[in-house]
Design a protein around this ligand. Structure first.
Ligand SMILES: Nc1ncnc2c1ncn2[C@@H]1O[C@H](COP(=O)(O)OP(=O)(O)OP(=O)(O)O)[C@@H](O)[C@H]1O
Ligand SMILES: [Mg+2]
Ligand SMILES: [Zn+2]
Length: 510
C-alpha cells in the first residue's frame, strides 16, 4: 500500500491538483520520481534525503517510487519537497497515513529539515480551499496562505509537522498578513507648467489609455510618468486578488502583505526578453505581468531591444502573455497601462538643437514599429520647461484633485459597459462605435480630420476612444465636437514622415 498526499502544479498562476503517491518497493536502492517532473523536482530527492538525515532518520534502503499524477501535467519548482517527504514519512510509518492523505502539501525543504519561504502559496492555498482540503505549508508562508480563507497548517520544520500529526505539539493556525499602506507617491503638484502633458496623464488614467511622452532631456517626462500610479484608483477586491496571485508566484509577497496600490513597474531598457515578458529557464511572470492592473513604464523607449518591444504587442492587445515552453504553453495575465517616454532624437536635442534634424529624429523614432505605436492612444510632445515655468508657484491642483476626477470618469465607464471595468481603452470596437458615436458636429469634425490627416482606421478609432474619455471627464453622455477636437490634439506626427513635422509643428485641424 502506497502513502498518498496532494499538492499542486502551476500553469501560469493557476494551481492544478497533483496527486502524490510514494511506495517503498523491493529491488534496487534509490528514489525514482515519475510523472513529467523537471530538474528542480528531481533534486527534491537529495533535499529529502538530507532533511531526513538531519532528523536522524535514514531513508529506507529499498527502491522508493514517487508518482506524480496526472502524468501529462508538467511539474516545475521546489515545492514538491514537502509532499514527497510527508508521504514518505507516512509510508515509513513515522506518522499516520490519513494525516496527509487529505491535505494539500506545499513547501521547499532545507537540508536541515527547515521549511523555506516558497513562492506560489497564495494560489496553492486558494486551490486547496477550492478542493475543501487544508494546506500544509512553511510557517513563513502562513500569513499568505491565510488569505485564501481555508484551513492552513504552517510549520517551521519537518519535525514540528511530525509532532503535530502524532498529537504532540499542535501548530497554531496563521492570521492573514496585513494590507500594507500604499507607499508614498510623488505628487503631481511638483510638476510646474506642462499643462497639456498633465491633462494627457489625467485622460490616460481616466480611460486606461497607453501614453507616449516625447521631449528633450529635463522636460519632466520621467517625473510625469512616475505620477500616473498616484492618480489611478486603488485596486478593487477582485483585482487585488489577481495581482497578489502573480506576486505570490513571483515570490514577491513578503509575509503575506498585500497592497491595494496599483503596481508600477519601470524595467530598464537593458532588460532581457525573459525579464520583460516572462519565461526563461523557470517559468516566471515578467515585468509586463508584474504590472498587471497597473502601470508599465518604459523610459527611453527606442533604447529597448526591438524584438522585446515586438513581444509586448500581444499583451498590449490581449491583456495576457503566452509563453511557449518545451511541450506546452503558459499564460500569465498582463493587462497593463503602458507609459513610455523618449527624447525626440538620439542626441536628445530635438528641433533647433540637433544638427542632424530631422534625419536624426526619423532614425531614432523609426526604431519604434508602427504596430506598437498603433497601440498607444495618447502621444504628445512635451516642450522644454522654461525658467518662467519653474518660477511659478506650485499649481493649485495636485494628485488628489486629479484622482477624484479620474474616479468619477471611471465609474461612468463601469456603469456603461456590462462586463469588466469597461475602460474606454479596452472596450471592443463594436461597443466603442456604439458608446462613442459623436453628435453631428463632432462627426463632421472627425470626418474632416480623417481626410485631412489621412487617419488610418486604427487612428480613427483611437481618436474615438480618447474623445469618449474626454467626454467622461466632462460628465457628458454625448461625444461632442470639443471632445473630438481635444482627442485630435494628442496625435503626433513623426518627423521625417510628414512635412508638418519638419518645422517642429503639430498637425492642426480647424
Ligand atoms: N515641469 C517641471 N516642474 C518642476 N521641475 C521639473 C519640471 N521638469 C523637470 N523638472 C526638474 O528636472 C528634473 C529632470 O526631470 P525628468 O527626469 O523628469 O526629465 P526627463 O524629461 O525625463 O529627462 P530625460 O529625457 O533626460 O530623461 C526633475 O527631477 C525636476 O527636478
Ligand atoms: Mg527621463
Ligand atoms: Zn539629434
Amino acid at each position: 500500500m502506497a502513502a498518498r498526499t496532494v499538492t499542486v502544479a502551476f500553469v501560469g498562476v493557476e494551481a492544478r491538483r497533483v496527486d502524490v503517491q510514494v511506495q517503498i518497493a523491493g529491488g534496487l536502492t534509490g528514489i525514482v520520481v515519475v510523472g513529467l517532473a523537471d530538474k528542480a523536482v528531481s533534486e527534491s530527492r537529495e533535499r529529502v534525503r538530507a532533511a531526513f538525515a538531519s532528523m536522524g532518520l535514514a531513508v529506507p534502503g529499498d527502491r522508493i517510487i514517487v508518482n506524480l499524477a496526472p502524468a501529462d501535467l508538467p511539474k516545475d519548482g521546489a515545492h514538491y519537497d514537502l509532499p514527497i517527504a510527508l508521504a514518505l514519512l507516512a509510508e515509513m510509518g513515522v506518522m499516520p497515513k490519513d494525516a496527509v492523505e487529505n491535505a494539500v502539501v506545499f513547501g521547499e525543504l532545507g537540508l536541515d529539515a527547515t521549511l523555506a519561504v516558497t513562492p506560489g502559496v497564495l494560489p496553492a492555498a486558494m486551490a486547496a480551499h477550492g478542493m475543501g482540503l487544508p494546506i500544509i505549508c512553511p510557517e513563513a508562508c502562513g500569513p499568505e496562505a491565510a488569505w485564501a480563507g481555508g484551513e492552513a497548517i504552517p510549520a517551521p520544520n519537518l519535525i514540528a509537522l511530525v509532532n503535530h500529526f502524532r498529537g504532540g505539539q499542535l501548530l497554531a493556525p496563521p492570521a492573514p498578513g496585513e494590507i500594507a499602506a500604499p507607499p508614498p507617491v510623488a505628487d503631481l503638484r511638483d510638476v510646474k507648467g506642462q499643462e497639456q502633458a498633465k491633462r494627457a496623464l489625467e485622460i490616460a488614467a481616466a480611460g486606461g489609455h497607453n501614453l507616449l511622452l516625447v521631449g528633450p532631456p529635463g522636460a519632466g517626462k520621467s517625473m510625469l510618468a512616475q505620477r500616473l500610479a498616484g492618480v489611478l484608483p486603488p485596486l478593487t477586491a477582485e483585482e487585488l486578488l489577481e495581482v497578489s496571485m502573480i506576486q505570490s508566484v513571483a515570490g514577491l509577497l513578503q509575509r503575506g502583505r498585500l497592497t491595494r496600490a496599483r503596481p508600477f513597474r519601470a524595467p530598464h531598457h537593458s532588460a532581457s526578453m525573459a525579464a520583460l515578458v516572462g519565461g526563461g529557464i523557470k517559468a516566471r511572470p515578467g515585468e509586463v505581468s508584474l504590472a498587471h492592473r497597473g502601470v508599465l513604464f518604459l523610459d527611453e523607449l527606442p533604447e529597448f531591444n526591438p524584438a522585446t518591444l515586438d513581444a509586448l504587442r500581444q499583451p498590449l492587445e490581449t491583456g495576457e502573455v503566452v509563453i511557449a515552453r518545451a511541450n506546452h504553453h503558459v499564460t500569465y495575465p498582463a493587462r497593463v497601462q503602458l507609459v513610455a517616454a523618449m527624447n525626440p532624437c538620439r542626441c536628445g536635442g530635438g528641433a533647433g538643437m540637433c544638427r542632424r534634424w530631422p534625419r536624426c529624429a526619423a532614425e531614432y523614432q523609426g526604431r519604434l514599429s508602427g504596430p506598437l505605436l498603433d497601440r498607444i492612444d495618447l502621444q504628445l510632445d512635451v516642450p522644454p520647461v522654461t525658467a518662467a515655468d519653474l518660477a511659478l508657484p506650485p499649481p493649485v491642483e495636485g494628485t488628489a484633485e486629479v484622482a477624484a476626477r479620474v474616479a468619477v470618469a471611471r465609474a461612468a465607464q463601469a456603469d456603461r459597459v456590462e462586463s469588466g471595468d469597461g475602460l474606454n481603452a479596452a472596450v471592443d470596437q463594436k461597443t466603442l462605435e456604439h458608446i462613442a458615436a459623436p453628435d453631428a458636429a463632432g462627426q463632421e469634425l472627425l470626418s474632416k480630420a480623417a481626410t485631412a490627416l489621412a487617419l488610418s482606421a486604427r487612428g480613427y478609432h483611437r481618436t474615438l476612444r480618447v474623445a469618449r474619455t474626454v467626454a467622461d471627464l466632462d460628465g457628458s453622455t454625448a461625444v461632442r465636437r470639443v471632445h473630438i477636437a481635444e482627442a485630435l490634439s494628442f496625435r503626433r506626427v513623426r518627423p521625417g514622415y510628414d512635412s508638418a513635422a519638419t518645422s517642429g509643428g503639430k498637425a492642426t485641424v480647424s
